[in-house]
Design a protein around this ligand. Structure first.
Ligand code: AMP
Length: 282
């Protein structure tokens, strides 16, 4: 497994691979890998010739008061997991490599998807995400890029980015990998203490309850979100930020539920912000 730290090395590798007729799959991550990340890696390994995993904690997507400095890291463990999985290349640049002095050009999604939900609570977050993903696409020239449905809003924005800026990469979205009690796997789960960890699965339980209510015929989103609020409200240590039932493509809240809907929750567990979502089909 090659470990590349510079854009130049990564770019040379990708250009040679393309000349040799090999397809490239990119799995962008911020490291501290778990089975959610590894499911994307496995999918890439099965569908392309060469799998590139990027490990980069992207400062541009963190707000001033967010957890950039304390974001969990364990490069040695990540490299061991990726080597064992059979990954071809890890691209792990420093922040100064991706954003050298004088960097001024950002990709800013505009049109609505970026300023609701996560975008409303984390202004500038998706500008940072779109910028780094565009850079990674230019550097690695992937045929396919793999993302997790856990970050549903990010998936929609990246699909738009690829389409709008004419990246040829196919965007592959894979299901959320969960702990046995339903909690979505996340690097940020490592912030939870024992009591918080016990409380956190209530987020997914509330989503499942919403799914159940809708499957049983409830079509008023405000009735469903009121139940979610109640359930999260009675769980100690949990503080709901939003619970919405939206159109899965536009993320606009729906007035009435019919067909497919996406239920999304963001909540604080102690001081840790967690997000999750569930696609509901009827
Ligand atoms: P992150 O390192 O958190 O930026 O995540 C890197 C990629 O892994 C993103 O595409 C995430 O959506 C995806 N991912 C994170 N957690 C999960 C999970 N529990 N299941 C599936 N994919 C995930």
């Amino acid at each position: 497994m090659k470990i590349l730290k510079t854009i130049q090395e990564m770019s040379v590798f990708s250009k040679k691979a393309r000349r040799d007729g090999k397809s490239i799959g990119l799995v962008p991550t911020m490291g501290f890998l778990h089975e959610g990340h590894l499911s994307l890696v496995k999918s890439a390994l099965l569908s392309v010739d060469l799998t590139v995993v990027s490990i980069f904690i992207n400062p541009a997507q963190f707000g001033k008061n967010e957890d950039l400095d304390k974001y969990p890291r364990n490069m040695d463990k990540d490299l061991a997991l990726l080597k064992e999985a059979g990954v071809d290349v890890v691209f792990a640049p420093e922040a100064s490599e991706m954003y050298p002095g004088g960097f001024i050009t950002f990709v800013t999604p505009q049109g609505g998807l970026e300023d609701v939900l996560e975008g409303e609570i984390r202004p500038g977050h998706f500008r940072g995400v779109a910028t780094v993903v565009a850079k990674l696409f230019n550097i690695t020239e992937p045929d396919k890029a793999f993302f997790g449905q856990k970050d549903a809003q990010q998936c929609l924005i990246i699909k738009k980015l690829a389409h709008d800026l004419n990246f040829s990469a196919e965007i592959v979205i894979l299901p959320t990998v969960r702990e046995t009690d339903g909690l979505a796997k996340s690097s940020r789960n490592s912030y939870l203490d024992a009591k918080e960890r016990k409380a956190a699965p209530a987020i997914f339980k509330a989503l499942q309850m919403a799914q159940h209510m809708i499957e049983l015929g409830e079509n008023d989103p405000s009735v469903v979100t009121a139940e979610i609020r109640k359930m999260i409200g009675r769980t100690k240590l949990l503080d709901l930020e939003y619970a919405v039932i939206t159109d899965p493509e536009t993320l606009h809240p729906v007035d009435s539920i019919g067909g497919r809907a996406l239920a999304l929750i963001a909540a604080k567990v102690g001081t840790t912000r967690l997000i999750d979502n569930i696609m509901i089909e009827r």
